[in-house]
Design a protein around this ligand. Structure first.
Ligand code: DGL
Length: 273
């Protein structure tokens, strides 16, 4: 992967690259857009290779490096990994391959531990994320005083990719993974996959109003702002553009994004990665 000189190939008006296995990272992209209205954003939905959470570590690392390389070659000034699974498996590899600032989302276990009153925290995430060493480390670091229950949620990513957020089938699959956590006394649930904030209403309905759902997207956007300031890479003053690319079915992704993003976004095919 090319390592551009931060003082040379890129500049303040260069775009920020954001990627996920699919459309889930839009939950992070919207926080970034709100925090950085003047930045140009390039979003990659690697939907042709989703879900990452059911793939091997080698495959997830290969996809992360390929998408990362494409973003670097597209001239981005920073990369945000808007995918917990890619972060816990491959953020270190990506950082070894580029000198650009890399900001990565990971399950918000620390704030959940601070907030719980029952002493039981549920973490909803993909199979790879709940099995990862990174999450085991986070639990060991922050979980001494509380019980942390990790729950894989296979099937949820596919529901969000199809924008199937409120059907009876969706509620049943949400209940299957949320109810056992509530039964164990969890009052705080970590949304440990960027697709899951789009299921927030259904998760909240199933979990009950008293349960707190934690999504670290805004914290990631704040960290990105901080990193851009450190590197004096902040842009402005024209409103930024958002370009969206996908390795999947363009029409399907465009239709899903229109429903999740709330406004029309043109999606372009990305076949080269
Ligand atoms: N949205 C991703 C995450 O935050 C991954 C979903 C998947 O492809 O399994 O983990």
């Amino acid at each position: 992967m090319r390592n551009p000189d931060l003082d040379g190939a890129i500049c303040a008006t260069s775009p920020i690259g954001v990627f996920d296995s699919g459309v889930g990272g839009l939950s992070v992209l919207r926080a970034i857009r709100a925090a950085l209205p003047f930045e140009n954003l390039i979003y990659v939905a690697d939907s042709g290779h989703a879900p990452y959470g059911d793939q091997t570590e080698a495959y997830i690392t290969q996809r992360t490096l390929r998408v990362g390389q494409w973003l670097v070659e597209s001239g981005v000034k920073a990369i945000t990994i808007a995918c917990n699974t890619a972060t816990v498996v491959a953020a270190r590899s990506l950082r070894e391959h580029t000198a650009l600032p890399v900001v990565a989302i990971e399950p918000a276990i620390k704030p959940a531990v601070v907030q719980t009153r029952t002493g039981v925290v549920g973490v909803l995430a993909t199979r790879q994320t709940v099995q990862s060493e990174s999450v085991a480390r986070l639990c060991a670091l922050h979980g001494a005083e509380v019980r942390i229950v990790l729950q894989a949620c296979p099937g949820w990513v596919a529901l969000v990719e199809q924008a199937d957020l409120h059907s009876a089938q969706t509620e049943a699959l949400v209940r299957q993974y949320v109810q056992p956590l509530i039964d164990q006394g969890a009052d705080t649930l970590v949304l440990g996959c960027t697709h899951y904030p789009f299921l927030r209403d259904t998760i909240q309905r199933v979990a009950g109003e008293g349960v707190t759902l934690i999504d670290p997207a805004e914290a990631v956007a704040r960290e990105l702002v901080r990193r851009l300031d450190v590197h004096t890479l902040a842009s402005g003053p024209k409103p930024g553009q958002t370009l969206v690319f996908t390795t999947g079915n363009v029409a399907q992704v465009q239709s899903t994004i229109a429903q999740l993003w709330g406004e029309g976004v043109t999606v372009e095919a990305l076949n080269a990665v």
